[in-house]
Write a protein that binds this ligand. Structure first.
Ligand SMILES: [Zn+2]
Length: 143
């Protein structure tokens, strides 16, 4: 696993925890926060945002990734998730993370469930057979 500094892990969890407080989840009452560390060391945070139809709901990880991309960054190094249950990104969020992982299976997932222990995972562990932009010869850093 690539090294990630303890200070970066701490900052990611703090960012995700603060973002969780902004979650808009009146239907599920399932609040989640996420924080993305980009290749330049900046942190982008996000929370889940629900809509009454529920299909349009955006998970915290994707909110953070959208904010990262909107800021101009195109590569992430780590993603922290703070919330109930496992704190591991769902399948759709794994796909979104992989889009900007730049084909690096060592991108770190900091799973920080509110009712459990912090766990460091690699994208290669939780998404072992990815389908991403590299399959179409796209490098997000060059787009
Ligand atoms: Zn998700």
């Amino acid at each position: 696993m690539k090294t990630i500094e303890d200070s970066e892990i701490k900052a990611l969890i703090e960012g995700a925890t603060q973002a969780r407080e902004k979650a808009y989840a009146p239907y599920s009452v399932h609040t989640v926060g996420a924080a993305v560390l980009d290749a330049d060391g900046a942190i982008h945070t996000g929370c889940n945002i629900e809509f009454v139809t529920l299909q349009q709901t955006v998970h915290a990880e994707r909110t953070a990734i959208l904010k990262m991309v909107a800021s101009g960054a195109r590569q992430l190094r780590a993603v922290a998730v703070v919330g109930p249950y496992s704190g591991v990104p769902c399948a759709e969020c794994r796909q979104a993370i992989w889009e900007f992982a730049c084909a690096d299976p060592d991108v770190v997932i900091v799973s920080a469930p509110t009712d459990g222990e912090v766990e460091l995972l690699r994208m290669g562990e939780i998404y072992p057979r990815p389908y991403g932009p590299e399959t179409k010869n796209i490098d997000p850093r060059k787009v």
